[in-house]
Design a protein around this ligand. Structure first.
Ligand code: 0O2
Length: 222
């Protein structure tokens, strides 16, 4: 199991910083401090991923990553997710259970690049891989396809190093096109899209999978 050396802590363990049962209040000082630490974790990881992207371009003349997006989950989305999962609305429960407060999305040209990026992330010094879900090999019922990693990133502050969870979603440009539109549609329809629309979306996800496979073969031929 993961061993922490002296001077390292997880975000949860910080005494006098987050009181165990303190309720979440978006925009209070505790919230601001926690989100600051998540945003530093994103910066640290983004830099490492951008270096990988540029290294492949310059050394191997290969675009392994097309682009990278980052986001911090909005307080209302955090609270909704916690309510949906039945968690008590405390900072402790938030940090312990919501793994995608800090999110990085890596968009790759080809499907095979997803697995290469996953392997490169696993080898990044200092980064600890906690959990992974391969929705590329096994897409979700909705048709959703992406590779998810939950990693811990060391955030170096003046007095200590804190390990912070970040979710990395790795997908192709085609998968990203589908997922972004599907997410918007579902959000706009407030989760009440018709069976017909759902079926169509699943059908289009299958087309995207075929397209990704064909593009990979074509690229190999070229
Ligand atoms: P948003 O707005 O993107 O933040 P975990 O607790 O980590 O084990 P979790 O987070 O409950 O698991 O579920 P999972 O399957 O890992 O998915 C988390 C995120 O994947 C979602 O975050 C979406 O970003 C994306 N996702 C999962 N399923 C779908 C889907 O069917 N369609 C689309 N478009 N995206 C999906 P949020 O919090 O739902 O949303």
């Amino acid at each position: 199991m993961k061993q922490k050396v002296k001077g390292e802590e997880t975000l949860l363990k910080i005494e006098n910083f987050i009181e165990k049962q303190e309720p979440i209040k978006a925009n209070d000082k505790t919230y601001e401090k926690i989100i600051f630490i998540y945003s530093v974790a994103i910066k640290e990881l983004l830099t490492k991923l951008e270096i990988l992207k540029d290294e492949f371009k310059i050394f191997y003349d290969y675009d392994i990553i097309d682009h990278i997006q980052t986001r911090i989950k909005k307080p209302e989305s955090i609270i909704k997710k916690m309510q949906d999962k039945g968690y008590e609305l405390t900072y402790q429960m938030m940090i312990e259970n919501i793994n995608d407060i800090a999110g990085i999305r890596v968009i790759c040209p080809l499907k095979k690049d997803i697995f290469s990026v996953r392997n490169l992330v696993e080898k990044l010094p200092g980064i600890r891989l906690l959990k992974e879900k391969d929705y590329v090999t096994n897409p979700k019922k909705s048709g959703y396809s992406s590779y998810h990693l939950i990693v811990e990133v060391p955030v170096t502050l003046s007095q200590r190093i804190i390990y912070v969870k970040v979710e990395i979603q790795i997908r192709t440009m085609a998968m990203d096109f589908w997922a972004s539109l599907e997410h918007k549609m579902k959000y706009k329809a407030k989760g009440t899209i018709t069976k017909k629309t759902s079926k169509e979306l699943i059908e289009y996800a299958k087309i995207i999978t075929k397209l990704d496979n064909k593009m990979m073969l074509l690229n190999k031929e070229v």
